[in-house]
Design a protein around this ligand. Structure first.
Ligand code: PLP
Length: 394
């Protein structure tokens, strides 16, 4: 039952929410950077399943960790202690900047943003929020209030559903300084915007925000859900600027494909009041085991330095070919989060790329986003360039 491709699409379309614009491709299996459809056609997954499969699909370390943990115990509520969670806290404390030592585990990126909103409010006893243009922080109402794109916000903007947010231009330090004051609880920034079109924060912008937050007592929150965990070659993208936030949000690939979000904040700020936040599934040992295996593999296989090299090679290749690709306006990004700004809509290019056996993402209407697994090999990077060449020449 429901094995034929047409059945799968028909049933998903009939019963799905309608919220997703879907591509006519049913994926049944993945290994490394490759996914397969029912007919056995393979695709290079330069989406990492939406930035999630940092170690590629079905990485043996993650599969083993999940299998062994599932046989032991899958659920232990945070009201009890459990070794896998304790080990994950220890591992997180090792990879994140030293001052970020308080953790709240949840189940998605948006949930991490919601958590950060509450933590900031609880720790500062202030209400003011500042966020950037072009930002993307998730689809729940709190996270949506911080998100800039009117396409996502407009249907919920009236009736006071979304908390008020002061919105400032990204990379405009003077505007941020003017918006942040003694009533500001938190300033939310993506050090490298993904969904908003692959735009990078300038070093002096991040440093200036750090200084001004310190001066006003506002908390600086980095959303590194897409840019973190080695995506740019460092654990946090903000490391390159030498800036440590007060709060960081992680998600996407944190648990190797299982749902997990994290709010981490500076130990010196202390914990939040008992009962002020919680999550039924948050910190469950199954997801913790997967996250532990992910962090361990990223470290032991020295994947982060490789990301830097691979990303630089890719961007050099893409930039060099720009002369042959009149549709491409610019090449942006860092590590393995790369954007090609086009002089037209991205959808037809994504379709042609898929015909060439490569899956990529949009980032807005005119930016093609490459977000491959961090384990991308040299040959696979080359395959992306060749496929782009075919898709962008006609
Ligand atoms: C994906 C993403 C989110 C939302 O994560 P979900 O797990 O989809 O809720 C938030 N912020 C950034 C920067 C993201 O890339």
């Amino acid at each position: 039952m429901l094995s034929r491709v047409m059945d799968v699409m028909e049933w998903e379309d009939r019963h799905g929410s309608g919220a997703y614009g879907k591509r006519p491709l049913a994926i049944v299996r993945g290994a490394g950077c490759t996914v397969w459809d029912e007919a056995g056609n393979s695709y290079l997954d330069a989406t990492s399943g939406m930035g999630v499969a940092l170690l590629g699909h079905a990485h043996p370390a993650v599969v083993t960790a999940i299998t062994e943990q599932a046989q032991q115990i899958i659920t232990v509520a945070e009201a009890f202690y459990t070794p896998r969670r304790a080990q994950l806290y220890a591992a997180l404390a090792e990879v994140l900047p030293g001052s970020l030592g308080r953790f709240f585990l949840c189940n998605s990126g948006a949930e991490a943003l919601e958590g950060a909103l509450k933590v900031a409010r609880l720790l500062t006893e202030r209400e003011g929020l500042v966020a950037a243009q072009r930002s993307f922080h998730g689809r729940t109402l709190g996270a949506l209030a911080l998100t800039a794109n009117p396409k996502y916000r407009q249907p919920f903007a009236g009736a006071g559903w979304l908390p008020p947010v002061r919105r400032v231009n990204y990379n405009d330090l003077a505007a941020a300084r003017a918006a942040i004051d003694e009533s500001t609880a938190a300033v939310f920034v993506e050090p490298l915007q993904g969904e908003g079109g692959v735009h990078e924060a300038r070093v002096d912008y991040l440093r200036g925000l750090r200084e001004h937050c310190e001066a006003t007592g506002a908390l600086l929150v980095f959303d590194e859900i897409q840019s973190g965990l080695g995506r740019t070659g460092t654990w946090l993208a903000a490391e390159a600027a030498g800036v440590v936030p007060d709060i960081v949000c992680l998600g996407k690939g944190l648990a190797g494909g299982l749902p997990m979000g994290l709010v981490a904040w500076r130990s010196e700020l202390g914990g939040i009041p008992r009962g002020s936040h919680g999550s039924t599934f948050g910190g469950n040992p199954l997801a913790c085991a997967a996250a532990l295996a992910t962090l361990k593999t990223l470290r032991e296989e020295e994947i982060l330095p490789a990301v830097r090299g691979r990303g630089e090679w890719l961007r050099r290749q893409l930039t060099a070919r720009q002369a042959d690709w009149p549709l491409v306006r610019s090449v942006r990004g860092r590590g393995l989060l790369i954007g090609l700004e086009l002089r037209g809509r991205v959808t037809p290019v994504l379709r042609r790329l898929q015909e060439q056996g490569v899956l990529a993402l949009p980032a807005g209407q005119t930016v093609l986003r490459l977000l491959p697994p961090l384990i991308l090999s040299a040959a696979e990077a080359e395959q992306i360039v060749v496929a782009l060449d075919a898709a962008l020449r006609d």
